[in-house]
Design a protein around this ligand. Structure first.
Ligand SMILES: Cc1ncc(COP(=O)(O)O)c(C=O)c1O
Length: 371
C-alpha cells in the first residue's frame, strides 16, 4: 500500500532485481561473475533493499561510487565485496580499510594513504587498478600498469583484487571504438601473467549484452540489474523492469477552450477540456523537459501531460477518457492493464538518458517494496 502521507510513490519489485541478476548470470559464462552497480541509491531503487535483492539473485559484488554508500551497506550488515568505483580523498582511507571496502585506484598518488591506513589497522587495503583504455577519465595508461601492478602485488599492506577498465562508447555506431578499448585492455592484461588478480573487469550493461569478449571475470551491470534495456536493446536477455512510479489524482477541473495551462502558457486548450492535477513534479525527478511531451496511464490508456511540469504538480488532459475521480491511481512509469511506459520512453520525452531517469528520482518520493 502507498504511504498515506504522499499520494505519489515509487514501487520497487525486489524479485525483479533478483531475477535480472540471475538472468545475467545465466547469460554470461559460468566463469564470469556479476557485480550489481548500486551507486546513486541503487539507481533510485533504494540502496539497501536493492543490494540485498541483487545478492539474493547471485551478485558476487556490489559497485558504489562513494565511501558513504559503501559504509551504508556495511552498516546494514551487508558483507559481500563492495567496490568503490570513484576516487576517494586521502582522509577517507581509514574508513575504506576499516569497512573492508575495495578502492578503485587510477593514479599512483592514491596508494600511500591507503597503505598507511592498512598499516595502522594491521590489514591489507583492497585495490582495483583502473586502466584508461580510452575513456579519458580515471586510470593509468596501459604502458604504466605493469610496473604499478607489481608494486601493489609486492606490498604486504595492499591486495590487488581487481584490474578494470571502462568503455566510453555505448552507441551502435561506435562499437568499433569500444572493441578497440577492449583489445587495449586485453593486451595490457597479457603482460600481467605473473600477477594474480581475482577480477579482471570491463563490461557495463551494453557491453555485457553485445560484446562477449568484454566479459573477463566479472561484468558490472547497472541498467540490467534494474531491468532497463541499454541503448542497443537487451538482446537475448529477458529482463523485468523493477521500478514503477504511481500517483493518485488530486483534483479534476473543467476548462474552456482558449485557456493556457501552467507557467509560461506553453499549452493552449483548443476545446473545452477536463484536466487532472497529479501531485508530483520536477522536484521528484519528473523531468521538466518532458513538459507537453510525456504521457501517463489512466485506466490503462495513455493520457498527455499538458503545460509546463511544475515543482510539485503536473497536469493531465483526461478529456478523452470516461470521467475520472479524485483518488484514482495513475501510472507515470510502469504498466497498467496492457500498456506500459518504460524508462526509455521517459528518457526520449525528456531528451536525457535512462540512467538519469532513475538516478534523479527524488528522495521525497516514498519507496514501496514488493516481491
Ligand atoms: C565504472 C562503471 N561501471 C559500470 C557502470 C554500470 O553502467 P550501466 O548502468 O550502463 O550498466 C557504471 C555506471 O555508470 C560505471 O560508472
Amino acid at each position: 500500500m502507498p504511504q498515506p502521507d504522499r499520494p505519489a510513490w515509487i514501487e520497487v519489485n525486489l524479485s525483479a532485481i533478483a531475477n535480472n541478476i540471475s538472468a545475467v548470470r545465466q547469460f554470461v559464462s559460468p566463469t564470469t561473475q556479476v557485480m550489481a552497480i548500486v551507486k546513486a541509491n541503487a539507481y533510485g531503487h533504494g540502496l539497501i533493499p536493492a543490494s540485498r535483492a541483487a545478492i539474493k539473485g547471485g551478485a558476487s559484488a556490489l559497485g558504489v561510487a562513494l565511501l558513504q554508500e559503501g559504509v551504508a551497506l556495511r552498516s546494514a550488515g551487508i558483507t559481500a565485496p563492495v567496490v568503490v568505483l570513484a576516487p576517494t580523498m586521502p582522509e577517507q582511507a581509514d574508513s575504506i580499510v576499516v569497512h573492508n571496502l575495495s578502492q578503485t585506484i587510477g593514479h599512483p598518488d592514491a596508494i600511500p594513504p591507503l597503505e598507511a591506513a592498512a598499516k595502522r589497522h594491521n590489514t591489507r587495503a583492497r585495490i582495483h587498478l583502473k586502466v584508461d583504455t580510452g575513456m579519458g577519465r580515471l586510470g593509468l595508461l596501459s604502458d604504466e600498469v605493469l610496473a604499478f601492478a607489481k608494486k601493489i602485488d609486492q606490498n604486504p599492506h595492499l591486495f590487488l583484487e581487481g584490474i578494470a577498465t571502462h568503455v566510453a562508447w555505448e552507441r551502435a555506431e561506435y562499437m568499433d571504438k569500444a572493441r578497440h578499448q577492449i583489445k587495449t585492455f586485453s593486451a595490457c592484461l597479457s603482460k600481467l601473467t605473473d600477477i594474480s588478480v581475482t577480477w579482471r573487469h570491463a563490461a557495463n550493461s551494453v557491453m555485457t549484452v553485445h560484446m562477449p569478449e568484454s566479459h573477463f571475470d566479472l561484468v558490472r551491470v547497472g541498467l540490467l540489474t534494474y531491468g532497463i534495456p541499454p541503448t542497443q536493446g537487451a538482446g537475448a536477455l529477458s529482463l523485468s523492469p523493477a521500478l514503477s512510479i504511481k500517483a493518485r489524482i488530486a483534483q479534476v477541473r473543467n476548462f474552456s477552450a482558449g485557456q493556457t495551462l501552467s507557467y509560461g502558457g506553453t499549452y493552449t486548450l483548443t476545446r473545452p477540456s477536463r484536466i487532472a492535477l497529479v501531485p508530483l513534479g520536477y522536484a521528484d525527478g519528473y523531468n521538466r523537459q518532458m513538459s507537453n511531451k510525456s504521457q501517463v496511464l489512466i485506466r490503462g490508456k495513455p493520457c498527455p501531460v499538458v503545460g509546463a511540469i511544475c515543482m510539485d504538480v503536473i497536469m493531465i488532459d483526461v478529456t478523452d477518457i470516461p470521467p475520472v475521480a479524485v483518488g484514482e491511481e495513475i501510472v507515470l512509469l510502469g504498466q497498467q492493464g496492457d500498456r506500459k511506459i518504460t524508462v526509455n520512453d521517459l528518457a526520449q520525452w525528456g531528451n536525457y538518458i535512462s540512467h538519469e531517469v532513475v538516478s534523479l528520482l527524488g528522495a521525497r518520493l516514498p519507496r514501496h517494496y514488493i516481491s
